[in-house]
Design a binder for this molecule. Structure first.
Ligand SMILES: Nc1nc2c(c(=O)[nH]1)N[C@H]1C(S)=C(S)[C@@H](COP(=O)(O)O)O[C@H]1N2
Ligand SMILES: [Mo]
Length: 198
């Protein structure tokens, strides 16, 4: 009888886990290289490429509307974590602060430490994407990308750049770090887009 009560949530959870992924209760850290230590006073965020170049400080970002987000997180190395709670700023709100040339169809995410990852404008502009600066109500820890990271819930988490510090708008697709090293250009977990499509 008791089993019945616990079965249903388990089934619901199962339906939220993409093929080939398993659930983890903790929140593993996955970083290539060292963890950059960046404080909010020196933090700077720039946009360049097919956009009117502009630079933002931490307080510029904090002046944008803030929201709570709950999102599932899927790493291509096969762990998934459900219901991660973040505080952040919607990508769509940030985009109102800049003037992007309509010829821009791709975006390169740039980070402190040199990591890059590419994303199409269409995937980037989704309403559910956000810049996160809190994790479960606490300032985002450095190892999880603090002070600020991007979160793109509908793609594998390597697209969710930690220590993000810039966006480069592009007319043609260029590849980021993992994409040059054999990962899929898009990385949609439900289609198991793990490895290179070229
Ligand atoms: N700058 C940067 N961002 C990054 C990475 C990285 O190595 N450097 N790793 C990516 C990968 S592969 C994953 S799964 C997630 C992991 O985020 P977490 O360490 O907060 O779990 O961050 C992504 N963003
Ligand atoms: Mo990952």
């Amino acid at each position: 009888m008791l089993g019945k009560f616990f079965q249903r949530p388990a089934q619901e959870e199962k339906e939220r886990v993409p093929p080939g992924q398993y659930l983890t209760k903790g929140f593993p850290v996955l970083t290539y290289g060292d963890t950059p230590q960046v404080n909010t006073d020196e933090w700077q965020f720039r946009v360049w490429g097919l956009v009117t170049p502009k630079s933002f400080t931490w307080s510029d970002f904090m002046a944008l509307p803030q929201h709570e987000f709950t999102a599932d997180f899927h790493c291509v190395t096969r762990w998934s974590k459900l219901d991660v709670k973040w505080t952040g700023i919607k990508v769509t709100d940030f985009m109102k602060q800049i003037e992007v040339d309509p010829k821009a169809v791709y975006v390169m995410e740039h980070c402190y430490g040199g990591y890059t990852t590419n994303i199409s404008m269409e995937d980037f502009l989704k309403e559910e994407n956000f810049f996160a600066f809190k994790l479960f109500g606490e300032p985002l820890p450095a190892e999880h990308g603090g002070p600020m990271r991007l979160v793109v819930p509908h793609l594998y988490a390597w697209k969710s750049a930690k220590w993000i510090n810039g966006l480069e708008f592009l007319q043609n697709e260029e590849l980021g770090f993992w994409e040059r090293n054999g990962y899929h250009h898009r990385g949609e977990p439900w289609a198991e887009e793990r490895y290179s499509n070229f």
